[in-house]
Design a binder for this molecule. Structure first.
Ligand code: GLN
Length: 447
């Protein structure tokens, strides 16, 4: 172990990140008995810096869900104690619900989660802790079980922004084993842009935000929002203004299409990624019943797959396979990719820092430029577990987190206070690609 800079830090790891000393089940029957022969790169980096890995955490099956209710280990109960004595057990959020609950309950100092469409930020918001989804391509995904490759990010959860920052710095390295990990030259280019565009106006000093321009996107306050979520958000914005920040109302017009596009893309990629779990090459094998035609591979796979995958995973596989079929490809998959592009352009249009990964040229006539965006992380506080089901409601929980995922942007959820029901409300700080440092610094002021 040695005496690295995380020496003594207790870390828990989401169960879709490979660990060679502990099982990695992805909360799925399919991998119930699987212990990988290797550690994910992020786990190796934690070991090398002296962190103590204390265990694996519950999650939605393969990261699919928003409430941590789709798991062979059962749902995760939110450890937050509200002031109301008749409060019923609430969801910890998902899919990294176990990672958020472990931190919130004080079982560990930090945890790793994965965030494909909000799975670190939503549980952080529901449990009253800090959760970072870094820019796509900064933290290695080698050894992380893929759900949707073009969206999956490893994220960090902790009680303080400082702890999140320390672990992020430890993991933020180019990894040759991950083809989507970005090289140092691209990272350096983004941080130079940030220095020139933003840190020349705001020096990162937490006692004054003078020079910092914060965008408030109007589309992130939908009518479905629980009204009392807005009370702590309003007082926080007032405080930021008091510290000298300029608050700028902005518009991201493609936001309302993002959720549908996200579920088409994520399910399509999931259907392809999960194809490897046949019970033969990977996953639990279930013997077909007597009389089944064992000469046909598809028949043999079908038994293992219908027993091994839970309801939600099977639903995504069917939806994704359909979106990729010849009949639906143009109307669903390609259309979703077009929307993804529009969402990205919306962000590029309002950030002062140019996107080093994008060819989009912001229009001279367009909106005022901002350094970061701030908005509520979720449309409500944690829902009571007895009320949650696999209805449409569960998918709407991600409405405010998926746009940054589609665009690959860094987003940090920090606790902003409590709503009238006594449950925590999270506020998200979002920045241009590669501006994780800025997002973290602003988060430090907000927290
Ligand atoms: N709730 C979203 C989904 O089910 C996001 C999940 C995630 O970020 N892993 O796909």
């Amino acid at each position: 172990m040695g005496g690295g800079h995380l020496s003594g830090t207790k870390v828990a790891i989401k169960d879709n990140i490979c660990t060679k000393d502990m099982p990695t089940t992805c909360s799925s029957e399919m991998l119930r008995n699987f212990t990988p022969p290797f550690d994910a790169t992020v786990v190796t980096l934690l070991h090398n810096s002296g962190a103590q890995i204390i265990g694996k955490t519950n999650c939605d099956e393969f990261g699919m869900g928003s409430l941590n209710i789709h798991s062979i280990h059962g749902p995760v109960v939110n450890p937050w104690k509200s002031f109301s004595p008749d409060d019923r057990p609430r969801s910890a959020g998902g899919s990294s619900g176990g990672s958020a609950a472990a931190v919130a309950a004080g079982l560990c100092d930090v945890s790793l989660g994965t965030d494909t469409g909000g799975s670190v930020r939503l549980p952080a918001s529901y449990c009253g802790i800090v959760g970072l989804k870094p820019s796509y391509g900064l933290l290695s995904r080698w050894g992380v079980v893929s759900y949707s490759d073009s969206l999956d990010c490893v994220g960090v959860l902790a009680r303080t922004v400082d702890d999140v920052q320390k672990v992020f710095m430890t993991l933020n390295h180019h990894d040759l084993k991950d083809p989507t990990s970005l090289p140092s030259s691209v990272r350096a280019k983004a941080s130079n842009m940030l220095s020139v565009q933003t840190f020349s106006r705001w020096d990162g000093d937490s006692s004054s935000l003078s020079g910092l321009r914060i965008g408030i996107p109007q589309e992130y306050f939908p009518t479905e929002m629980q009204p009392s979520v807005l009370h702590p958000i309003r007082s926080l914005l007032k405080e930021l203004r008091g510290l000298g920040a300029t608050l700028v109302p902005v518009s991201l017009p493609s936001t309302s299409y993002a959720l549908s596009a996200y579920y088409v893309i994520a399910s399509a990629e999931a259907s392809s990624n999960l194809a490897r779990f046949t019970g033969v090459e990977y996953g639990t094998y279930v013997d077909p019943p007597p009389g089944a035609d064992r000469t046909k591979a598809a028949h043999v796979y079908a038994y293992s797959r219908s027993k091994g995958f839970g309801r939600e995973a099977r639903k995504r596989i069917l939806l994704g396979t359909y979106a990729l079929s010849a009949d639906a490809f143009d109307n669903y998959f390609l259309q979703a990719q077009r929307i993804r592009k529009l969402v990205k352009c919306d962000f590029d249009d309002i950030f002062a820092v140019p996107n080093v990964l994008s060819s989009f040229q912001s229009q001279a006539t367009s909106q005022p430029k901002v350094d970061v965006l701030i908005h509520p992380s979720a449309i409500r506080t944690a829902p009571p577990l007895e009320l949650v089901s696999d209805s449409l409601d569960a998918y709407v929980q991600d409405a405010l987190t998926v746009p940054a995922s589609l665009a690959g942007l860094p987003a940090l959820s920090v606790p902003a206070g409590t709503a009238d029901d006594g449950w925590p409300v999270g506020m998200s700080v979002v920045g241009q690609w590669g501006c994780d440092d800025l997002v973290i610094r602003v988060g430090e002021v907000v927290h």
